[in-house]
Each structure stands twice: as C-alpha cells, then as structure tokens.
Design a protein around this ligand. Structure first.
Ligand code: ATP
Ligand code: MG
Length: 247
C-alpha cells in the first residue's frame, strides 16, 4: 500500500485514486473505469467532497425502499468492487439483499476476479456468473443478468450504472436506486431514487439509515418513500454544484 498522510487536504481523493489503480492491477477494474473515476472526481470536487443534505435524505429513502423490498439486489461493477467492497457486504447484510456482479464490459475473467474479491471481503453468495436472464431492449452482451438475481429483483441498487441500462432496468418496472455524482447523467435521471454522492460515502450512509430504521413500521417506511421527489433531489444537487464557489 502507498502512504498518503491523512493530513493531506486531498486525502480522500488520493485514496480513491489509489484504490482504483489497485483495482486495475488486480484485474477487477477496467481501463474504462479509470475514465469514469475521473468524471466522478470532477463532480465530487464541485460538491465539496461531502454528502449534501439532499443526498443524505435520498440515502434514507433508499434505505426505506430496501427495507420494504421483497427481493433487493445490489449490483456491483469493477469500480464499486475496488472502492468499497466491505461496505457493499455490510449494506447487503443490513437489508438482506443479494449481491450481483454486473459489468458493462463483461469478461469472464473480470467477473470471476470481482466475485473472488467480494468473497475476500466477507460476501457469502455472489450472483452474476449464471447469466441466464436478460434485460430487454439492450444488446445481448450488455443485457446479461441472473434470472434469480437482478432478473427477479423488485428493488435494485445500481451504483455507477450506465445510462442506457439504467433506463432499461427502470422500464422493467424495478425500483432503481442509483448512486452517481453527476446529477445530469442519464443514470441519475432514470432513477426512482438518485443519490448524488460518492459511493464511498453513500453506501455506508444507506447502511446507517437502514440500521436506524430497522424497527420502523411499514407505514413509517412507506411515508418516507412517498414524501421523496427525485426531481427536487436532482435540482438540489445541481444548485450545490453551481454554488460551490461560495462553500
Ligand atoms: P450517462 O448516464 O449520461 O449515459 P455515462 O454513464 O456515459 O453517462 P460514465 O462516465 O460511463 O457516464 O459513467 C460514470 C458515472 O459514474 C459518471 O456520471 C460519474 O460521475 C460517476 N462516478 C464515477 N465515480 C463515482 C464515485 N466514486 N461515486 C459516485 N459516482 C461516480
Ligand atoms: Mg451514467
């Protein structure tokens, strides 16, 4: 591991870069993933590298959806696996969700490497290798899902999902929780619940909200879900970005 002094003003950002680099070396993150990371970093910089109130609110709504779900599934790609594998396993445990590896640039080697990596970080079962289901209206290479995973999920968490697939998953009738730092991204716009935040902050935050809501009644959870307005959340994130010069 490299040494980054915690006192460095860009500590979190440097740590994130290092994890993505290590992910590429380990064969779990694609070269494309480096570019996605760069785009995310730019938005995080503009957001002040902190969880804005509207993103915290969305994370609580996401937790309520996950607790209400019959079959929640958390989708993991190469960036997510590199950045927060333990936090994904903790979220899955907190809301009793399945974990499924789901890659935009799918190769069997990378699928297997990510499954192994998640197991090393405490996951029991990891789905995605069966690939006996399809997302309708997506070209076949990018459409592969597990029929008993994302295929039969009612609520899906798709951090950093590609816009096309996010729209197609929404069209399948799934409740979609998207984590994406770009509020203008098609993925964020396709979401039932867009969380405009870094996955390294958002995933543990959803878990914390889920733990806090563990004893809430269905009525309380449904009220939290009903009050949420995705459009308002996206607008609040855009405002935070535009006013970043005075934060
Ligand atoms: P569209 O959704 O409009 O089709 P895209 O999917 O083509 O856009 P990509 O560059 O492929 O855009 O996707 C990467 C997305 O992931 C970007 O929107 C970026 O902000 C976001 N992102 C990257 N790293 C992180 C991170 N650590 N946490 C949250 N979001 C991130
Ligand atoms: Mg996108």
């Amino acid at each position: 591991d490299i040494e980054i002094p915690e006192s460095h003003p860009r500590y979190q950002s440097l740590l994130t870069r290092h994890r993505i680099e290590a992910g590429v070396e380990k064969g779990i993150t694609s070269q494309q993933g480096l570019i996605a990371q760069g785009r995310g970093e730019a938005f995080d910089y503009l957001l002040g590298e902190e969880t804005i109130p509207s993103a915290d609110d969305a994370a609580r709504v996401a937790a309520a959806h996950l607790l209400l779900a019959d079959h929640p599934v958390i989708s993991v790609n190469g960036n997510v696996a590199a950045l927060c594998p333990e936090e994904i396993v903790e979220l899955a445990d907190a809301v009793d969700a399945d974990i499924e590896v789901n890659l935009f640039n799918r190769t069997e080697a990378r699928m297997q490497a990510i499954v192994d990596h998640l197991r090393e970080h405490g996951a029991d079962e990891v789905k995605g290798l069966t690939a006996d289901g399809r997302i309708p209206n997506i070209d076949h290479k990018r459409a592969k899902i597990d029929a008993d995973g994302i295929g039969s999920a009612d609520v899906v968490v798709v951090p950093l999902e590609d816009g096309d697939r996010a729209e197609a998953l929404g069209a399948m009738g799934k409740t979609e929780i998207v984590v994406d730092l770009n509020p203008m991204s098609r993925s964020a716009r396709a979401a039932t619940v867009p969380i405009v935040d870094n996955i390294m902050r958002a995933v543990p935050n959803i878990t914390a909200h889920a733990n806090a809501l563990k004893d809430a009644s269905r009525e309380e959870l449904e009220a939290i879900v009903a009050e949420f307005d995705a459009e308002d959340a996206l607008e609040a994130a855009e405002r935070a970005i535009r006013s970043s010069d005075d934060t």
